[in-house]
Design a protein around this ligand. Sequence first.
Ligand code: KG4
Ligand code: ZN
Length: 339
Amino acid sequence: MKDKRFITLAIETSCDETAVAVLSDGRDVRSNVIASQIAMHRVFGGVVPEIASRRHLEQVNEAAEQALAEAGLCFEDIDLIGVTQGPGLVGALLIGLATAKAYAFALKKPIVGVHHVQAHICAGYIEHKELAPPFLALVVSGGHTNLVKVAGYNDYRVLGRTRDDAVGEAFDKVARTLGLEYPGGPAIDRVARDGDPSAVPFKRVFLEKNSLDFSFSGVKTGVLNYLNTERQAGRAVSTADVAAGFQQSVVDVIVAKSLLAAEMFRENKLVMAGGVAANSLLRKTLREACGRRGIALYCPSPVLCTDNGAMVGVSAYYKYQTSGADALDLDAFPSLPLG
Ligand code: KG4
Ligand code: ZN
């Protein structure tokens, strides 16, 4: 029998994952293909934009065909095409957009451009079918650190943002200085398990009283200065202790600010989003802290925290429900503002 459900095909190519997903009726993920480029960029210690674009071009059609095959569907079954429009690497975004537009034009189906950070937040809807706005979202990724009030499915208000480095960026830079592989976040998460977080204490930067903004460049520089001083003095450095100390200081600040936002805006639902939401210490600490305060915490599985197509599909669906389709001249915006 023909599948009568509303089918979304979603494409994500904003950074170093070529990802395509197929969803039914908004939130049900039928396939979530992620062709990772991490191994290619690892040799350079970070994402090389030109290589990312080229690789997206090589992989995106195959990923779409695979996603449809895994979902047991074909191109004609698609009702909506969602694609990340920004923020991200412009060349990388353009590959996803050109692909999505070509499918939309050829299949005569609507297209919706999606904000990458809103998509990260929408990952929370996938495994928590009861989750509905309003809620508070903590977005911690390689390019973003935000506290966001989600008032409706397409209504986002930024309450706090980083004034310098994004938290994932700080993880990646500290990891590189410690000689750990790219991406640094998972490497620090792993190594820190054998370290003592109080052996090398680093600064916790809270900024002004009641500020919901973040600043991570101080702690990052603190780690770099500590390593230089110790190495110049010829003293041995424990990578595990430094990783644990850095991670603890960052997690302490993020947890405190999330609780402060919940208190200030009287929210009792908090959704974690973005790659750093996969961090095991952050998940554990935030879960315990929210439990003590009676705040319901929604933590997507790690694979839905890092970049993926499923989150783009959910976001596209809700955007389509509230504001309809975009035109085919839809463009890429590397610094697309949130909210
Ligand atoms: O959301 P994401 O996949 O891409 C962006 O939109 O930026 O986030 C990638 C970031 C990287 O900085 C990576 O190091 C970090 O998420 N990350 C982690 C963990 N897994 C990924 N950071 C800390 N702990 C982790 N387990
Ligand atoms: Zn992301």
